[in-house]
Design a protein around this ligand. Sequence first.
Ligand code: COA
Length: 204
Amino acid sequence: MGWWKETIEIVKKNDPAARNSLEIILTYPGIKALAAHRLSHFLWQHGFKLLARMHSQFWRFWTQIEIHPGAEIAEGVFIDHGSGLVGETAIVEKGVMLYHGVTLGGTGKDVGKRHPTVREGALVSAHAQVIGPIEIGKNAKVGAAAVVVSDVPADVTVVGVPAKVVRVHGKKDETIIHDMEENREYYTSKLEEARYQSLHSSKL
Ligand SMILES: CC(C)(COP(=O)(O)OP(=O)(O)OC[C@H]1O[C@@H](n2cnc3c(N)ncnc32)[C@H](O)[C@@H]1OP(=O)(O)O)[C@@H](O)C(=O)NCCC(=O)NCCS
């Protein structure tokens, strides 16, 4: 299936307000931003970095969605409504749904891979802020206005600030949720330690 056809099908599947293909192409900023990103990303990968950034900024103006040309976005992604931001080293896999106001951003403290990876089929709800080189697992759900600062396992729902697991496979099993949260805290603290050490050693 071609990129346009697949993208239009995803919109029809996920948005009951979508009436027909022409309307989707003409009125959905997410479609325009993603189509433009394909060219920006091509330019970026072929060394035309300034042109790529100018192209991406031009489409940011028209769509209110800023996607850095370096970001890797698979086919079948749906950005609904717009006004979001996707950072340079973000990776967004197939079938991901990003609602308005979502940020896939950096902490300002990391180097190299600084932005999130969103795995296949994940849903990131309106105004969620996903920050740092973390991973949103396959088919995970991030609640509206959540602030996610550590990895989210596959098939769970996280909500709140900072985002915590509230459902696993759609179920509220307190024991599993508690264990999962403990693991997330453990790995987050280890990551913080490693980050501190690498910053400290680079200044020696
Ligand atoms: C997170 C979400 C996707 C639901 O996922 P779900 O796995 O079906 O989770 P549930 O609805 O069963 O909610 C789980 C718990 O989180 C709470 N919750 C859900 N969304 C929340 C949010 N955004 N912030 C805080 N708590 C939230 C629920 O009240 C429930 O609490 P409980 O454990 O005390 O009962 C959904 O609630 C959400 O945020 N949707 C917004 C989608 C969006 O952006 N729409 C814009 C369209 S224009």
